[in-house]
Design a binder for this molecule. Structure first.
Ligand code: FES
Length: 580
């Protein structure tokens, strides 16, 4: 039950709306009673926002209305007053040109929803890729107690006896279809069978990467990120989120008290051991920026050099999230990584991370590996390789653990495309001048150029090479790549081409050299020639002169800075709204 007023660490924020004796206080109480509530149901009780990204355009979140009901049960049981606030659902598959364009929109919406209403604490319902950083960036900036309730991954998939993972096998079978090893009837059959339940992608894509990271950072109930969406335990977890947030309001347990640099570094440990998505490199930096924590790509790369992939999950391994859950889930993984963690970090439970995982047990050492027996040895590849060089002086990243190791040291001739549309129109041309050693480059896919940095970075392998058995090539872009995908894809090249980064200067035929172990990516073109190209370069025209996309292009930062808006990053205080 919520504490009596005298035990609260500070007065309820919602009392500013409900407790005053003036005409405005009357109006707030009157309008709440208009909805059928008695005064006793909301006066002097923590008002808990359930920020819900449910949408019929987001299959990953389609169950969140039910989940919200479970959260409400917990809030009511603890003596709070739950209110559901709908928020933008950045469903990964349907939203075009890319959900990344709208992550900052969701962050702004979450922050402003919480600030502008009589809210004391929040349960955030999300899970599909950008919803996790979007909701949390907003909640961090709002500064109210908040707990993250992940949507949960979908059930295992299988097709004709083969385990199939969302995203990973879509891409794999698409290449097989183009290579002619499966037919149109097989492709049609796969369409209805691969994603067989509600929930987020069942591979270690961006969704499970981000929910796992924030779980390790102490922003969810322990292990909440691993519970499948269809499991009855998921609804019990949601109810407990509702109960716990009421206590967090009493304790004044805000994100600022949880999100220290050490907490972020715990998230980074989980990121690397999970073999997580390259997208997390952007989101973690953005979240740290909101929390006022100094976290850079170099911090992530340093952890990647120490911590191998231990979770045997697609695309680096060969199991799915339901397997991971049965094996013990994130807590069991963290327990095996104790030596790398900062166990004293405070979490939403009010206990430390070390206390939360103290009794965790692993039930399957093949799926949750010990760092001494990793899925991918560090010598073969890491979750995140940070590259710099004259193609990407501010950085580019690749998931070398999910690439053909043969390609991690490679020199090849560039094949350059100025746009995704140009590339798609040409890539299957039988006369395309390309071979297995070529380096395919796509530019103008960055935060400003696309805009929004779509997941174009898993550039397609030309059809004629697929037919010859080629399944991986070195590919470079300033776009992003889906966490469910794999291959020697170098993404987030910064500065991006559209703002004059060196990717804008490379030409078809230039030699490109990748040395992942040395962290280098260079075009072998002499500086005088590059200077001549730089002088001749003009920025590409953009059709986005109005709308949110125009705001985005004007204010988004580059990938190594997290792609937040320049006016939203940081911890500067925003005044509470005046009540009148
Ligand atoms: Fe929503 Fe993958 S599409 S989590």
């Amino acid at each position: 039950m919520s504490n009596p007023p005298s035990d609260r660490k500070r007065p309820l924020r919602s009392a500013r709306w409900f407790a005053s004796g003036d005409m405005r206080g009357f109006a707030h109480r009157q309008r709440t009673q208009q909805m059928g509530l008695r005064r006793e149901e909301f006066m002097d009780r923590p008002v808990i926002a359930i920020v819900n990204t449910w949408s019929e355009m987001s299959p990953c979140h389609i169950h969140l209305r039910d989940v919200a009901e479970a959260v409400k049960r917990g809030v009511l049981r603890a003596g709070g007053y739950p209110v559901e606030l709908p928020a933008l659902s950045v469903g990964e598959v349907m939203v075009k040109p890319t959900t990344m364009l709208y992550r900052n929109f969701l962050a702004m919406e979450t922050e402003e929803l919480l600030r502008s209403h009589p809210i004391d604490g929040a349960v955030l319902l999300g899970g599909c890729d950008k919803s996790t950083p979007g909701l949390l960036m907003g909640a961090i900036s709002a500064g109210l107690p908040a707990i993250y309730c992940p949507a949960g991954p979908m059930a295992n998939g299988q097709w004709r006896g083969t385990k199939t993972g969302a995203g990973t096998h879509t891409k794999k079978y698409w290449d097989e279809l183009r290579a002619g090893t499966i037919g149109p009837a097989d492709w049609l059959d796969l369409e209805s069978r691969m994603t067989r339940s509600i929930g987020t992608c069942n591979t270690m894509g961006t969704a499970s990467t981000m929910t796992g990271i924030v779980d390790a950072m102490g922003l969810t109930l322990p292990g909440a990120s691993s519970i499948p969406a269809i499991d009855s335990g998921h609804r019990r977890m949601a109810s407990l989120c509702g109960e716990r947030i009421v206590a967090m309001v009493d304790e004044d347990l805000t994100p600022a008290k949880i999100l220290t640099r050490d907490a972020f570094l715990n998230g980074v440990v989980a990121y690397m051991a999970l073999g997580g998505s390259t997208n997390a490199a952007i989101h973690l930096v953005a979240m740290a920026g909101r929390a006022g924590v100094d976290l850079s790509l170099d911090d992530l790369a340093a952890a990647a050099r120490r911590i191998p992939v231990c979770a045997n999950l697609f695309p680096s391994g060969n199991a799915l999230m339901e397997d991971f859950f049965f094996a013990g889930g994130l807590c069991a993984l963290l327990a095996k990584l104790r030596d790398h963690l900062r166990p004293d970090c405070l979490t939403v439970t009010g206990r430390t991370l070390g206390e939360n995982i103290a009794d965790s047990v692993c039930h399957d050492d093949e799926i949750i590996r010990d760092p001494s027996n990793p899925v991918v040895p560090l010598a073969r590849g890491a979750t995140l390789a940070l590259l710099r060089g004259n193609l990407c002086p501010d950085g580019a990243v690749m998931k070398s653990s999910a690439a053909d190791p043969r390609l991690l040291s490679h020199t090849g001739r560039a094949l350059v495309f100025d746009s995704n549309a140009d590339m798609l129109a040409a890539i299957d041309d039988p006369d395309l001048d390309v071979d297995a050693d070529s380096v395919i480059i796509l530019r103008n896919g960055g935060p400003v150029g696309a805009p929004g940095m779509p997941e174009w970075g898993n550039l397609p392998i030309p059809k004629k090479l697929l037919a010859r058995g080629v399944r991986d090539m070195v590919r470079i872009s300033d776009a992003r790549m889906s966490g469910t995908h794999y291959g020697a894809c170098i993404v987030h090249a910064a500065p991006e081409a559209a703002v004059g980064g060196p990717l804008a200067l490379v030409r078809t035929g230039d030699l490109i050299r990748l040395d992942a172990a040395a962290g280098r990516l260079d075009m072998l073109v002499d500086e005088a020639e590059l200077q001549a190209r730089r002088t001749a370069w003009t920025p590409p025209a953009s059709p986005y002169e109005r709308s949110y996309a125009a705001l985005y292009r004007a204010h988004v930062t580059q990938a190594p800075q997290g792609c937040d808006f320049d006016f939203l990053a940081g911890t500067a205080t925003v005044p509470e709204p005046p009540i009148y």
